[in-house]
Design a protein around this ligand. Structure first.
Ligand code: NJP
Length: 226
């Protein structure tokens, strides 16, 4: 069966690529997103003995509780949680921002991520497990979308202290922070961005380190023209 990894935002982009890479590396995966049909297709591809679809909206505590309970009920353990679900809305500057979009972005990128981590932690303590979060280069540089960037600042700030909380019992926390990645996240992505598989590779790198090595943050930037 291998170790068990929960992935949110698994129906698309970075989450789906990480599911493929993790199964390739010997992990078993629980796939969370709202699009049940896309999760079912991915489970068919990966094999139902190595992957389970857990349709849920990450903003719902009840839905995420059911998803994690179902995963642990099926495989008996949880070794890592990749809290990756996120959205960037249309990312105008603060002056033009749509307040409803901002609320949704805060609820998914911050609240949903916190719920994933909070519900996973008791299981991860039992397995001396690993939290991986999707941050962003937007947390370290000037990019359009000040509110989106602020949600990712939160992720990086949370992770730093979470790692300090987890280390005493053998747990680890990693933030994977990409620049532009060619996924449905951006409809207008420029050629030459990172591929979802590149980010998935960084997640697997962090997860596969020996138990005494914690990878704190991994930044990935595209190289134009390469
Ligand atoms: O985007 P996309 P990425 N409940 O749109 C899910 C960060 N990032 O892979 O619910 C549950 O292909 C959605 O599933 P569904 C970014 O901030 C990206 O690029 O079925 N799931 C889908 O699986 C985000 O944190 C770039 O619609 C929800 C997934 O989220 C992460 O990378 C750069 C949900 C989004 O997949 C993955 O984004 C960067 C909900 N309420 C950081 N709402 C980039 N692409 O350039 C959404 O620095 N999802």
């Amino acid at each position: 069966m291998g170790k068990v990894l929960l992935i949110t935002g698994a129906s698309s982009g970075i989450g789906a690529a990480t599911a493929r890479a993790a199964v390739q590396a010997g992990w078993t995966v629980g796939l969370v997103a709202r699009s049940a049909d896309r999760l079912a297709t991915l489970v068919n591809e990966l094999g139902p003995e190595r992957a389970v679809a857990l349709p849920a909206d990450v903003t719902s505590v009840e839905a995420q509780t059911q998803a994690i309970d179902a995963l642990v009920g099926r495989f008996g353990r949880l070794d890592a949680a990749f809290a990756n679900a996120g959205l960037g809305a249309s990312r105008p500057g603060a002056e033009q921002g749509d307040l409803d979009e901002w609320r949704q972005m805060l609820e998914v990128n911050i609240w949903g991520l916190l719920v994933t981590v909070r519900l996973a932690l008791p299981h991860l303590r039992a397995s001396q497990g690993h939290v991986v979060l999707t941050g962003s280069r937007a947390a370290r540089t000037e990019l359009s979308g000040s509110v989106y960037g602020a949600t990712k600042h939160f992720v990086h700030g949370f992770a730093a202290n979470l790692l300090a909380e987890m280390r005493p019992w053998g747990g680890r926390c990693t933030v994977v922070a990409p620049g532009m990645v060619d996924t449905p996240f951006f409809s207008d992505v420029k050629p030459g961005g990172l591929r979802a598989e590149d980010v998935a590779g960084a997640v697997i790198y962090a997860l596969e380190q020996p138990a005494h090595v914690a990878v704190g943050e991994v930044y990935l930037m595209p190289v134009p023209g390469a």
